[in-house]
Ligand binder design. Structure first.
Ligand code: NAP
Length: 314
């Protein structure tokens, strides 16, 4: 990939896509091709084909997808399966037809089987039943991985698929109805600090263990793998370390400066006891996560205060 290569970052306004753009720009890649959703709806096959014909991108980072939590998945299953299948099918097919040199697809740690042995190795994919709450999304994403592998096998199309763990960072979603645990904790503790609340209630027992990767680390890994990885097998992208939800809550509270107490509500579901990726293959390729969790959360809290606060805190 040359510094002036034509690089299409799909989903450039999202959490992952915006970080990939920042990383590419910082490394001197100056020819990024970006389209807002209203300029190019990736669900529309004709529009995607016309875009590739006109712009002739040489490299593609596909970070556009329909993503969301349990509520969104369960209330709009048809959109989750349709939109993701359409976005990835249209983009992979147009990229192949128009001679894209390399294509990066983003899977997710949440599409591994619900009871995959921990830490989760890449060969766990499709080895057991999925988590039912997001099966629509997972089935679509698995189809994307298989499509990338099939296109490589039949057409020699150089597509790679990454399996990132839970991401956090600037541009995260802080809407409590749809957000993931880490941004939700930042927002809850901030609101409690401002209101002078004596305590914050947190769902579950606090004992499940989870892994968190700063999105700038993901972007760095994506660039590294785009340059140095060319294999049909999926590759996990994580830190290799996990933390209990209780430890995470205490960390966020101390960063936000919330002085009150934490109360766990064990009547609410905990989910899987542990979710950690095995990153042996990633480490063997010479890449490791660099951003410590405390530093990453502190930066994310700063971003929340300067960008997200007005729109999310009523
Ligand atoms: N977030 C995580 O913790 C996590 C973990 C593992 C893997 N991933 C993967 O990373 C990828 C990106 O996730 P994210 O968290 O960055 O999501 P995000 O913040 O919601 O960003 C998704 C992006 O996709 C765009 N998009 C959605 N539908 C589109 C359409 N029909 N046409 C064009 N663009 C469309 C969105 O555009 P608008 O801005 O216009 O809505 C947005 O820019 C996904 O494949 C996801 O599976 C995420």
């Amino acid at each position: 990939m040359e510094r002036d290569s034509r690089i299409f970052v799909a989903g450039h306004r999202g959490l992952a896509g915006s970080a990939i753009c920042r990383r590419l720009a910082a490394a001197g890649y100056s020819n990024l091709i970006l389209r807002d959703r209203w300029q190019l709806d990736l669900r529309e096959a004709r529009a995607v084909a016309d875009f590739f014909a006109a712009e002739q991108p040489e490299y593609v980072f596909l970070a556009a997808a329909k993503v969301g939590g349990i509520l969104a998945n369960s209330s709009r299953p048809a959109e989750f399966i349709h939109d993701n299948l359409a976005i990835q099918t249209n983009t992979i097919e147009a990229a192949r037809r128009h001679g894209v040199k390399k294509f990066l697809f983003l899977g997710s740690s949440c599409i591994y089987p619900k009871f995959a042995p921990q830490p989760i190795r890449e060969d766990s994919l499709l080895s057991g039943p999925l988590e039912p709450t997001n099966e629509w999304y997972a089935v679509a994403k698995i189809a994307g991985i298989k499509m990338a592998q099939a296109y490589r096998a039949q057409y020699g199309f150089r597509a790679i698929s990454l399996m990132p763990t839970n991401l956090y960072g600037p541009q995260d979603n802080f809407d409590l109805a749809t957000s993931h645990v880490l941004p939700a904790l930042i927002r809850k503790f901030h609101a409690a600090k401002m209101a002078g609340d004596p305590e914050v209630v947190i769902w579950g027992t606090g004992s499940p263990r989870r892994e968190f990767l700063h999105v700038d680390d993901l972007a760095d890994a994506a660039l590294h793998l785009m340059l140095h990885y060319d294999d049909p097998e999926i590759i996990n992208v994580g830190t290799g370390e996990d933390i209990t939800i209780r430890e995470l809550a205490e960390l966020v509270a101390s960063i936000v400066g919330f002085q009150g107490g934490l109360r766990f509500d064990p009547s609410k579901p905990d989910g899987t006891p542990r979710k950690l990726l095995d990153v042996t293959r990633l480490h063997s390729l010479g890449w490791r996560a660099r951003i410590p969790l405390r530093q990453g959360i502190a930066e994310t809290y700063q971003w929340f205060q300067s960008h997200a606060l007005e729109s999310v805190v009523k």
